[in-house]
Design a protein around this ligand. Structure first.
Ligand code: GLA
Length: 517
């Protein structure tokens, strides 16, 4: 078990390209006008003191909780100062606008996990239709993206203009865009910031302008921009220095998108390797992958020999997010990767690099303990979805919607009360409050003043857990709260001080707590 902790720590220690050294939280924030705003200030040195000066009207400093809060009605750009140890000042830029590219996390679908390279226009059309038929469109999943391997081949055409595989996209990409747009979806495409994609098709480096122009012509609304094959140097301390830097490479695509004239959302995918949460705003990227690929299981696996192919189970995500939560806000989201709920072990990409899972030689089936591998358990799948909601991660499904979806999974992914926690207009990430008896505790402040609290059982056995409200600084341990269980959509009466419950292995209990008058 220990090596996974080493891995998580090592990921976080990769070189940081940002000059930001005093704070362990964002210094660039966004808000919708007249919506509750919150910015939790955490210093890089946990012993340092912090205070805030020059706050614009409408905001105040909550010293006890170390956060700026309030609301601003007038759209515009604002600045306030965070003062560390009474001497060092860090300016924070806040943009208040009703016209942000991604005020709440993206909700949609990407092709990779289930079909791998088998992408086609018909897959996109059938997925769009299935999203309507199965209630996924109505639940909010409206951004559909083609991942890797749409290309006409490993090399771009001689005229330099990117072209899709003609057999699979016989009418071209613009026709796919039209089909999706006509049915109310946004359309996404995939490329990389290097000369080749992760699956060895042509990438966009040095061709950013022609690619962005062509994507704009196809009607593309978001670009998942990957990072394989970017040259990197291994430094003496075992970390990697990317050459040229990630910020430079993603900046080239930001500029090309601007020149294309279409507001294509730049969705970065460099797996958290250069701490994109500290610089994504400088390349106008409202969302970025924060980990290696998430797999359909609890426990991923580390491949020491290839850092770009690590397996991230739900457990690994739960180890990584305690470091990441202070960097999320409106229009500024760390992505925990495509959801594996609903795949139930049927994924090609999502069933690899998991602890104990192997592929049978004869038929390629995934096997665990001598039996077919069925992916996450129901409890693990619920924990995955609930925590992606708690973290304000984009909700990108990757199941095959053309197949029957397990009714229990469908109920979870369309649950409006969980989605409301994910799509909350204040855009906070749940704050990590620690682990006790192998149970992690997380709390998310929500725009209406209520607080969502989640307890996750990391143990392989059931555990009895007492949620002690005095451990949650957003709550008053002496007050009475009405508790709503959004996962099972029922009221749980009132709570004062604490409440106890039993958690199954790897299960989550989530409560939304409303103060009573
Ligand atoms: C990388 C990304 C995945 C997927 C594949 C495609 O591994 O992290 O999400 O896009 O490339 O080749």
């Amino acid at each position: 078990m220990k090596r996974y902790f080493v891995f998580a720590a090592a990921m976080m220690a990769l070189p940081c390209v940002s000059a930001q050294t005093l704070l362990h939280c964002s210094d660039r924030t966004f808000s919708l006008p007249s919506v509750r705003y919150m910015h939790k200030i955490r210093p890089a040195d946990s012993c340092a003191t912090v205070s805030v000066t020059a706050l614009p009207e409408g905001l105040r400093w909550n010293e006890q909780r170390r956060l700026v809060e309030g609301r601003i009605d007038t759209e515009g750009d604002y600045v306030y100062n965070v003062v560390v140890n009474g001497t060092d000042t860090v300016p924070v830029s806040l943009t208040v606008s009703s016209n942000l590219p991604m005020p709440t996390p993206m909700m949609g679908w990407l092709s990779w996990n289930v079909v791998l390279s088998n992408v086609s226009a018909s897959l996109l059309r059938e997925t769009a239709d299935a999203f309507h038929d199965k209630g996924l469109y109505d639940a909010g999943y409206r951004w559909l993206g083609i991942d890797d391997d749409w290309h006409c081949g490993p090399e771009r055409p001689a005229d330099g203009i990117p072209a899709p595989n003609r057999d699979r996209f016989p009418e071209g990409m613009a026709a796919v865009g039209d089909y999706l747009h006509d049915r109310g979806f946004k359309f996404g495409i995939y490329s990389t910031a290097a000369l080749a994609t992760c699956d060895n098709k042509f990438g966009s480096y040095l061709h950013e302008d022609v690619d962005a122009r062509e994507y704009a012509r196809w009607g593309v609304d978001f670009l998942k921009y990957d990072y394989c094959h970017v040259p990197s140097l291994k430094l003496g301390d075992g970390t990697y220095q990317h050459q040229p830097t990630a910020e430079y490479l993603y900046g080239r695509m930001r500029d090309a998108i601007k020149r294309s004239g279409r507001p294509i959302v730049l969705y970065m995918c460099e797996w958290g390797s250069t701490k994109p949460w500290t610089w994504a705003h400088r390349v106008d990227a409202p969302m970025w992958r924060a980990t290696h690929d998430h797999r359909d299981g609890w426990m991923g696996r580390i491949l020491e020999e290839d850092v770009h192919k690590q397996g991230i189970g739900v457990w690994q995500a739960l180890q990584i997010w305690p470091e990441l939560w202070p960097y999320t806000g409106v229009n500024h989201f760390s992505d925990a990767d495509m959801l594996c709920i609903g795949i139930r072990g049927r994924g090609l990409a999502s069933s690899i690099i998991l602890e104990g899972v192997s592929r049978r030689k004869e038929d390629g089936a995934f096997i665990k303990d001598g039996k077919p591998y069925l992916g996450m358990t129901s409890d693990e799948a619920k924990t995955e979805f609930v925590m992606w909601c708690m973290w304000s991660s984009p909700l990108m499904l990757s199941l095959d919607a053309r197949d029957a979806i397990d009714p229990e999974d469908l109920a979870v992914i369309t649950n409006p009360e969980l989605i409301a926690i994910n799509q909350d207009a204040m855009g906070q990430c749940a704050e990590y409050l620690g682990v006790r008896n192998g149970v992690q505790l997380w709390a998310k402040d929500l725009a209406d003043g209520s607080v969502a609290v989640a307890a996750v059982n990391l143990n392989d056995d059931p555990v009895e857990y007492t949620l002690d409200l005095s451990e949650v600084d957003a709550l008053d341990a002496d007050a009475v709260y009405n508790a709503r269980n959004p996962l099972i959509r029922s009221d749980e009466g009132s709570i004062k001080g604490n409440t106890s419950f039993v958690l199954s292995p790897h299960a989550v209990k989530v409560l939304r707590l409303y103060a009573t008058d």
